[in-house]
Design a protein around this ligand. Sequence first.
Ligand code: BT5
Length: 329
Amino acid sequence: MYYHRENIPNSLQKTLSQLKTGEVISGEAISKNLGISRSAIWKQVKNLRDLGYIITAETNMGYRLDLENLPDRLYPFEVLPTLQTKNLGHNIYWGYDIPSTNDKAKELAREKAAEGTIVLAETQSKGRGRRGRAWESSPSKGIYLSVVLRPQRPLADASVYTFLGAYAVLRLCIEEDLPAQVKWPNDIYVNGKKISGILSELSAIGQDIGYIVLGIGINVNQSDFPEDIPGTSLMIEKGMMLSRKEVLAKLLLFLEEGYERLKNDKHWLIDLMKKYSLLLDKEVVVTGGLELQGVAEDIDNDGALIIRTEEGLVKVWAGDVSVREKIQY
Ligand code: BT5
């Protein structure tokens, strides 16, 4: 089941809007209001039911949509009216199960998808983290999003766009009064547990960025996680369920705002990453490529993490960094 913005049947949305009063409305009335046949409406109702809307048919009276139990899905026609962005997210590719939204977004980017195009899935069968790790994508609980960006920037600036994803999630958490921190370069933690991960992938044109696919996974309404994943969700931290649609709309707004600011300057973002860093001033261990340990001292203007080791300062551009547990005697 795939919907691209252009493919969403307009009539389906119109029928839905007629039903969204929650009152009983006759097929005849809908047919008159929309200027389409009653059999066409019957088909629309069937399609809407297939999408999870509960519509009862009251004999001789008409249809009624159950407003209390709307499907918890990020259908483009539900998401679009909530967006407050100028450009970001206005072109939506949605699928119930997309193996990896990043892979789909890369495919669309190669096919010249416009900047700001987003891919959304209810679940991913091959959701990816870095280095072949998996991203747990339980159906309709989290937000699994990939954004196509085309910044006109040299490759050297690429790492700040991973930070951009972290920035948007950080703002979201701060707005929800949650004590969020960023574990360089791409994890967001709340109260010691991971709530979100970012996977940014790029394609180069010579020495410049061609496109960036910014993949963001956020745990929203999960109540628990598999034993081997020390994760948390907005719901666990807030003690209540959140509307994924509203969370998504905010996230895209913060992303767009940050993206616009990055056109003039990137230092504000580096400063913010330092301010909310989980690692700075801590004893850390770096693995995956470089293997070293020391104290995380700074984040450089090029996005690298600077570690003070026994041999001196070392710059780390990529890798897994964990805080070294203090040995208790
Ligand atoms: C990340 O990788 O944290 C980047 C995750 C990016 C996921 C998004 S979802 C939309 C888009 N499409 C994709 O295919 N990917 C992106 P990394 O730093 O390598 O962390 C991966 C590790 O996080 C795993 O090995 C688990 O330990 C842990 N993990 C997996 N799923 C999790 C979840 N839902 N919540 C918290 N931790 C999780």
